[in-house]
Design a binder for this molecule. Structure first.
Ligand code: FAD
Ligand code: NAP
Length: 336
């Protein structure tokens, strides 16, 4: 069934009130193919929606929103060391993480509590606490929106990068991801070296953590730092951390001795949140929006913001970071 004039407010974590002219919910590849082949819908612009936690809606969708609700988690193969776990694109990412932890499939515990659905995880190669989707990725299936045919993508086909993939670049808007298969370990090798995980485990009085305990540590940190979109609209980190030549980092360090920098191949990754904070934006309220008081990288909707207002704030922040540090920030959020 195609719904008409649907408010997208409940379907985006910024809580922005854009309208969709049409919306189709699909719960199988076949249902998706039927929608794509429907001659009445052929001329409509299409927008694929998962959990709406990485989009900034600056206008109404004058076309068809396809809400991917393809469900199901199954182990499709097993080796002495790994499980291949296939998940429907419409499964909530954190529910997949919880399912894997309950069954002792290791590898995605550091990615606990990332909002959104499985189908969007490859889009920006989701990452947190030193783990990225690509580290456990096996393959995915996606439907070509033009022909309706089903394609398989390997890791190299996806061309994963830092919060990047082929689906955000070369194949933007061309494929609907319908399932993702992960290669998860039977022999947990926990990674606690990143950010505040070790401190949190210490506070929890845990010295040899299980994957469940690492997950809990990540959940605790995230809940203490990040605004819950149910209470305060946001889409997580609004900007990517900029990666600059190490010579640029050294130059900045001579002027700002405390500037954080992390090796990224031959380059250096800066912390966008730190740059924004230094420019005085952290906790600043601008009309109905602002930069969050506990994490400057997160822009928030205080209730009645429009997508345009949030976009304009992001422009001002980018300009002031550029003026102060000569560093160009790039948005991580998908602006529509
Ligand atoms: P949506 O917002 O619905 O869509 C995002 C993009 O993907 C859109 O362009 C959409 O068209 C496209 N898309 C969605 N589903 C499909 C599909 N099946 N096929 C093809 N295209 C599709 N991200 C991180 O990487 N790490 C984090 O730690 C993290 N923390 C966050 C914390 C908070 C509080 C919030 C609100 C967000 C955070 N994010 C983080 C961002 C976000 O959760 C992820 O990018 C997530 O993967 C988005 O999933 P979604 O289903 O909500 O995607
Ligand atoms: P944090 O721990 O305060 O660290 C600030 C930044 O420094 C992070 O962005 C992180 O980069 C980088 N960093 C920290 N330790 C590092 C290390 N050992 N090696 C390399 N880089 C390091 O960050 P936070 O804001 O609380 O976030 C914690 C994790 O959750 C981060 O991985 C972050 O990406 C992720 N997160 C993502 C989103 C999103 O929407 N994308 C939202 C919230 C949290 P990286 O971001 O590159 O990891």
């Amino acid at each position: 069934m195609i719904e008409q004039n649907v408010s997208l407010r409940p379907y985006n974590t910024f809580g922005l009130d854009a309208q969709a002219k049409l919306m189709a919910r699909v719960n199988s590849i076949q249902a998706l193919q039927e929608v794509l082949a429907d001659s009445r819908l052929k001329s409509e612009e299409r927008f694929i929606l998962g959990g709406g936690s990485n989009i900034l809606l600056t206008r109404n969708v004058d076309g068809l929103v396809i809400k991917n609700e393809i469900d199901g988690i199954e182990v499709i193969d097993e080796t002495p060391s790994h499980f291949l776990v296939k998940s429907g694109a419409g499964v909530v990412w954190h529910e997949l993480v919880m399912h894997c932890i309950a069954n002792n499939y290791a590898g995605i515990e550091n990615l606990s509590l990332i909002p959104g659905n499985v189908g969007a995880a490859p889009m920006q190669n989701i990452g947190a606490y030193g783990v990225e989707l690509k580290d456990v990725f096996h393959s995915l299936k996606a439907v070509d929106m033009a022909s309706g045919s089903v394609h398989s993508f390997s890791s190299s086909d996806c061309d994963f990068g830092y919060r990047e993939s082929v689906f955000k670049r070369k194949l933007k808007g061309q494929f609907v991801i319908t399932s993702v298969t992960l290669k998860l370990s039977k022999n947990p090798n926990v990674n606690t070296s990143y950010g505040a995980i070790e401190q949190e485990l210490e506070a929890m009085r845990i010295s040899s953590p299980t994957i469940k305990e690492v997950s809990q540590a990540v959940i605790n940190i995230r809940q203490s730092k990040l605004p819950d979109p149910k209470e305060l609209g946001n889409s997580g980190s609004f900007f990517k951390n900029p990666v600059v030549p190490t010579s640029k980092y050294e130059e900045l360090k001579s002027q700002h001795p405390n500037i954080p920098g992390y090796p990224a191949g031959e380059n250096t990754k800066l912390a966008a949140g730190w740059l924004i904070e230094q420019c005085g934006w952290k906790g600043k309220v601008v009309g109905n929006t602002g930069s969050h008081a506990k994490q400057a990288l997160v822009l928030v909707n205080y209730g009645n913001a429009t997508g345009v207002e949030i976009f304009e704030l992001s422009e001002q922040i980018m300009q002031s970071v550029y003026d102060t540090f000569g560093v160009q920030l790039e948005r991580e959020v998908n602006v529509y």
